[in-house]
Design a protein. Structure first.
Length: 156
């Protein structure tokens, strides 16, 4: 699986919270085995890659020369026709469709948060890694996307 910037923050939490019960596999002969967990660390909290059994998590960010937002911006300048699959399944006339979205990572402290029935307040989108608040235009974009797609919960 590829994740964008997973090494920056997310992988640490996956490894921290992985439990033995998620690693157990029962074979056809009823024997129980435990999947290996292999990690390539960058430091104690950042991992470039980790693997659980046959499932490998790679960070796509390490292969990019610029940020995902800049990549999208450059691709947009060369024309929306470059977003072949996006245009096929999404509204090609909508500018929000062709821009990097936002997600309130720090706000999502448990599964129950996916049941929230409205866009969280702008403060919930504070970037804890950079200690930066969310730009008002990005928040308005999140609200437009929520309304446009008729989202009822954060899970959607």
């Amino acid at each position: 699986m590829l994740f964008h910037n997973g090494a920056g923050f997310g992988y640490h939490f996956v490894i921290k919270h992985v439990q033995r019960k998620y690693l157990e596999r029962q074979k056809a002969d009823q024997k129980v085995t435990i999947d290996d967990v292999n990690v390539i660390p960058q430091n104690s909290e950042k991992y470039l890659m980790f693997q659980i059994g046959h499932l490998r998590f790679l960070d796509s960010f390490q292969f990019l020369s610029t940020s995902l937002e800049q990549q999208i911006s450059l691709l947009r300048k060369s024309g929306k026709h470059n977003f072949v699959h996006t245009a096929k399944y999404m509204n090609a006339d909508d500018e929000d469709t062709f821009s990097k979205g936002i997600f309130p990572c720090s706000f999502m402290t448990g599964r129950y948060k996916f049941e929230e029935t409205q866009v969280p307040p702008i403060e919930a989108f504070h970037d804890d890694l950079k200690d930066e608040p969310l730009d008002g235009q990005d928040y308005e974009s999140a609200q437009r996307v929520w309304a446009r797609y008729g989202m009822k919960t954060m899970k959607e």
